[in-house]
Design a protein. Structure first.
Length: 103
């Protein structure tokens, strides 16, 4: 699993993004136990390139839980069938509430 430098450098330890401080372990757990809720099937379906390093790849939004059990969204770019890059992570907004399971 590869995580974009901008997330690690700009978000992880930045006080301005207190709600976006998911660690590498949080991200891995959420990806492997989460579910894809949105995505594009091919590069042709992309409407715009990613804001991160101009990465133009098929992307997926994954909804998963961190180690504390809080839901969050992980945006991944698919570089190949077995290789992806985490672009960013953020807490779910109202748009994603229908996907969140109630315990």
């Amino acid at each position: 699993m590869e995580i974009a430098d901008h997330y690690l450098n700009d978000r992880l330890d930045n006080e301005e993004y207190e709600d976006r401080t998911y660690t590498q372990i949080d991200i891995a757990v959420a990806i492997f136990n989460g579910k894809i809720i949105e995505g594009y099937s091919s590069e042709d379906n992309r409407k715009r390139p990613s804001r991160s390093m101009k990465l133009v790849t098929p992307s997926r939004l994954i909804l998963g839980k961190d180690l504390q059990g809080n839901w969050f969204i992980i945006v991944v770019g698919l570089l190949s069938s077995k290789h992806f890059r985490v672009i960013t992570c953020y807490p779910p907004g109202r748009r994603y509430l229908p996907y969140i399971e109630t315990d």
